[in-house]
Design a protein around this ligand. Structure first.
Ligand SMILES: Cc1cc2nc3c(=O)[nH]c(=O)nc-3n(C[C@H](O)[C@H](O)[C@H](O)COP(=O)(O)OP(=O)(O)OC[C@H]3O[C@@H](n4cnc5c(N)ncnc54)[C@H](O)[C@@H]3O)c2cc1C
Length: 401
């Protein structure tokens, strides 16, 4: 296929490239669709023998959905529209509200999904030209004149461009930068999907209860289910808490949290420490990075996957009309670096503010939340979504592949 060319938006030809994507997570799947639609010859390598993402949910904000929609993937049948994002005190008293339903006509929809259903929808949307290889673990790269991916127990593969979309502990990133210590966010997190009563699902709203050094988040999913996440300020690397300790912390919450705690404590909870990259990295030469491999960030803003999805489209756009990979890479970094940095920094700050434990700070936070007009919160959300919407518009303006 190499040698065939499309006319890109910069006026020059777009070489159809042989691309290997390492990692079939959210970012890798979206990149494979975008690059496949633009005529590149894509192999997607995923180490898992089958797609079996964690039993948790996810919120895709309007910027992410704008990109996914532009790629012609309709996630609505798998997801639920999110109408509100609230914060509340531990007892359930409302402290702030973001009215997403009111913003939908101008900013676009936000959706909640079970991760397994999101992966299934993205995998089903892979163009037939994309070669998907499950059970393919990348062990090393050779980045000389003929970029090569070395696989565990399989023959090496060559490509013009290798994309590391292999998550927070990326092997591609490690190959480029060496071993790095991840930065602990100072919180442990527990997640689960549980059946939910109508009081949780019918309002269409998510709520995050902020307690003393702990949070209890409730996100309605389709099919009378809720995705629940719990956080607790804690040094990284400690063993999981036993049910009695979890009961003492999370059993005392009110509102939607109280309605879900019995189901939660009965079932298995996924336990992680929250970690992020200290520095962002975008790769170089023939090995580029996207998503968590480039900028693993805290989940406080619910934008890690949103950034991976935006990266995937920006990367495909950066290749358009660029004959030379270095120029395309520069365009990709230019499009993404400041955006990802801003979102990661903001996400960390939200986590720090939510974690305030001193009484004066908590009083200040409550006052600030009360005094922030709904219109200001709406404007901030619209501004956060704008870059994703701009990418989607740029994609829609591409000439046919
Ligand atoms: C508690 C929590 C809640 C979150 N909530 C949200 C949210 O509501 N909204 C949101 O937008 N984001 C959220 N995020 C962030 C989001 O989950 C990540 O940013 C997103 O999954 C990153 O996607 P990715 O494709 O870059 O990496 P991943 O999803 O980690 O995918 C990487 C893939 O690469 C594969 N892989 C790894 N190594 C290799 C190898 N050597 N060879 C081959 N394959 C390999 C893995 O098996 C995996 O499939 C949350 C994160 C956490 C921790």
């Amino acid at each position: 296929m190499s040698g065939a060319a499309l006319v890109g938006p910069r006026g020059g030809p777009t070489p159809r490239r042989r691309v290997i994507i390492v990692g079939g997570g959210i970012g890798g799947l979206v990149a494979a669709r975008a690059l496949g639609l633009r005529g590149h010859e894509v192999t997607l390598l995923e180490r898992a023998p089958r797609f079996a993402p964690v039993g948790a949910g996810i919120v895709l904000a309007a910027n992410a959905i704008a990109v996914i929609d532009a790629l012609g993937v309709d996630l609505r049948p798998s997801g639920a529209l999110l109408d509100r994002m609230d914060t509340a005190d531990a007892d359930g008293t409302l402290t702030s509200r973001l009215d997403l339903a009111a913003l939908r006509p101008t900013v676009g929809p936000a959706l909640t999904l079970h991760r397994a259903e999101l992966h299934a929808a993205l995998a089903a949307a892979l163009p037939p030209t994309v070669e998907l290889r499950l059970g393919a673990t990348v062990e090393a790269l050779e980045l000389g004149a003929k970029p090569t991916v070395r696989l565990a127990g399989d023959a090496p593969l060559r490509a013009e461009l290798i994309i590391g979309a292999d998550g927070l502990r990326s092997a591609v990133r490690r190959q480029l930068l060496g071993e790095e210590a991840l930065r602990p966010a100072g919180e442990a997190c527990w997640r689960a999907v549980v059946p939910a009563p109508p009081m949780v699902t019918e309002g269409g709203g998510a709520v995050e209860h902020w307690g003393l050094g702990c949070r209890f988040g409730v996100v309605p999913l389709s099919g009378a289910r809720a995705y629940v996440f719990l956080t607790r300020a804690r040094a990284a690397g400690l063993p999981d808490l036993d049910p009695t300790a979890l009961d003492a912390i999370f059993g005392a919450f009110g509102g939607a949290a109280a309605a879900l705690w019995p189901a939660l404590r009965a079932g298995p909870l996924l336990h992680h420490d929250l970690l992020e990259h200290r520095t962002h990295a975008w790769g170089a030469g023939a090995a580029w990075l996207l998503g968590d491999a480039a900028h693993g960030m805290t989940p406080n803003l619910g934008q890690g996957a949103g950034m991976a999805i935006e990266d995937a489209m920006a990367l495909a756009l950066a290749l358009e009309g660029q004959a030379a990979l270095p120029a395309a890479h520069a365009a990709y970094v230019q499009a993404r670096a400041a955006r990802a940095r801003t979102v990661a920094d903001r996400s960390r700050r939200v986590g720090q503010i939510a974690g305030w434990q001193a009484a004066p700070l908590r009083a200040l936070r409550a006052l600030a939340l009360r005094l922030t007009p709904a219109s200001a919160a709406g404007r901030a959300y619209a501004a956060l979504a704008a870059p994703g919407r701009a990418l989607a518009a740029a994609w829609a303006a591409l000439p046919p592949a």
